[in-house]
Write a protein that binds this ligand. Structure first.
Ligand code: AMP
Length: 438
């Protein structure tokens, strides 16, 4: 199958060729002809499948075929909603790249954390394809600085993540500004009942295209777990980076604070690293990402939200410094590697408290992940997984003594999101030393 068989214009084929793409990915092969025909589409695809080109190319084709152009103040004709700022910038960069031989198409991304006024000026000049995060777009709508009344195509990208981030009410508000007659495309790595309900509310007879088995982890990604004690994780990570001579590593932590701490520790051990998370200003996040892509920093430490949708080509190593609380996030995290045909490696540093989370992940992905103890970092067999109680001590979660009663009504605001029974799944009445089967 070639791109030219999909019915794309010469200008688009030229841009695709310049990117070095020789054949469409499965989602592109299915989505492009359907979207050109004007059909609604629900795509089950995570990042790394080539879904961005899968919706961008046919949208560009449709808009390029319309008379008009962008003389004067043209209203937005295609709206692409994405969950994060980084993804907004990346999708707009793709729109620009694929559309650069179509002189009349203008695109813009609008998102929070950067100036409002320059966006207003750009919108005034006329934009054909607008890529936006929901919050900033609602700001523009309430200030009447954007007109969505002529939108012909709506894309909801990474809908499952929008749901996780609480954006669905905002999306419903935005939908009210759009004309009823339009084409709708929705992409999501997974289809929960809530996503299906949202889709049922506004899509018309959508074509369903699924390229990866639901919740399956990409075949190309080599996954492994290194069992290790929590306090040795930083040293183990530094050891893995140095001994494996890893040049580009994306590391996930659960908290912003943890991301900062880890990046600082790595820098102290002589490894160029930076952190990217929601508390950093947008320019700082953009700079860190650019330096990482350019190879100026070796390790980028990120929280799930900050890392979502980052398009970093052929990322060789992803490390879960801590496992995510939500098993599905594991699938998203490791989706950063082994992208569109290249192989990758996902390594998880798992301490005894995380065994329950590891089991959840293995159950979700329906495969057991290889466990490998690194010499010198053997977990202490005397450390037992015990139920975690709320509260923090020295930056770590407290453990309830094995025989202590569980105090009801003691759930402060630091209560962990996990039920105690998931912390390793061990019987708290067990006593004595025992080692753990990771
Ligand atoms: P996406 O899933 O849209 O985030 O795309 C993942 C990566 O695959 C991006 O870096 C694209 O540049 C790349 N890509 C998209 N389409 C193709 C293709 N047909 N062949 C090779 N790489 C592609």
């Amino acid at each position: 199958m070639s791109f030219s068989a999909l019915g794309l214009r010469a200008e688009l084929l030229l841009a695709v060729g310049e990117q070095g793409y020789t054949e469409p990915t499965p989602i592109q092969a299915q989505a492009i002809p359907a979207v050109i025909k004007g059909r609604d589409l629900m795509g089950g695809a995570q990042t790394g499948t080539g879904k961005t080109a899968g919706f961008t190319l046919p949208i560009l084709q449709r808009l390029a075929e319309q008379p008009g152009g962008t003389h004067g103040r043209m209203p937005v004709r295609a709206l692409i909603l994405v969950p994060t700022r980084e993804l907004a910038a990346q999708v707009q960069a793709s729109v620009y790249t694929y559309g650069k031989h179509l002189p009349k198409i203008r695109s813009l991304s609008v998102y929070g954390g950067v100036g409002f006024h320059p966006q207003v000026q750009a919108l005034k000049r006329g934009i054909d394809i607008l890529v936006a995060t929901p919050g900033r777009l609602l700001d523009h709508l309430s200030q009447r600085t954007v007109d969505l009344s002529k939108v012909q195509v709506l894309v909801l990208d990474e809908a499952d993540r929008m749901l996780d981030m609480g954006f669905i009410p905002d999306i419903r508000k935005i939908l009210a500004y759009l004309p009823k007659q339009r084409q709708n495309l929705l992409f999501s790595a997974t289809f929960s009942d809530e996503i299906k309900k949202l889709a049922d509310g506004f899509m018309h007879d959508p074509l369903l295209v699924e390229v990866a088995r639901r919740n399956a982890t990409a075949e190309l990604i080599a996954q492994r777990v290194h069992p290790v004690d929590r306090e040795k994780k930083k040293d183990l990570l530094a050891h893995l980076i140095a001994s494996g001579d890893w040049k580009q590593v994306l590391v996930f932590t659960r908290t912003k604070h943890g991301a900062n701490n880890l990046a600082e520790k790595l820098v102290k051990s002589g490894i160029r690293a930076d952190a990217i998370h929601g508390n950093k200003s947008q320019p700082a996040r953009t700079r860190a990402l650019a330096e990482f892509k350019a190879g100026k920093i070796r390790v980028l430490v990120a929280t799930d939200i900050a890392a979502r949708g980052l398009d970093i080509d052929e990322l060789p190593h992803v490390v879960n410094f801590e496992l995510p609380h939500v098993a599905n996030d594991y699938v998203h995290r490791i989706g950063r590697t082994g992208r569109a045909g290249s192989s990758g490696e996902a390594v998880s540093l798992v301490c005894v408290d995380e065994l329950g989370l590891l089991r959840d992940i293995e159950r979700l992905t329906k495969r057991e992940i290889r466990k490998e103890i690194v010499p010198g970092f053997e977990p202490d067999p005397r450390i037992r997984a015990e139920p975690i109680v709320q509260g923090k001590r020295g930056g770590q979660q407290q453990r309830r003594p094995s025989n202590a009663p569980h105090k009801a009504g003691n759930r402060g605001q630091h209560a962990p999101r996990q039920p105690a029974s998931r912390a390793g799944g061990r019987n708290s009445r067990d006593s004595g030393r025992r080692s753990f089967a990771y």
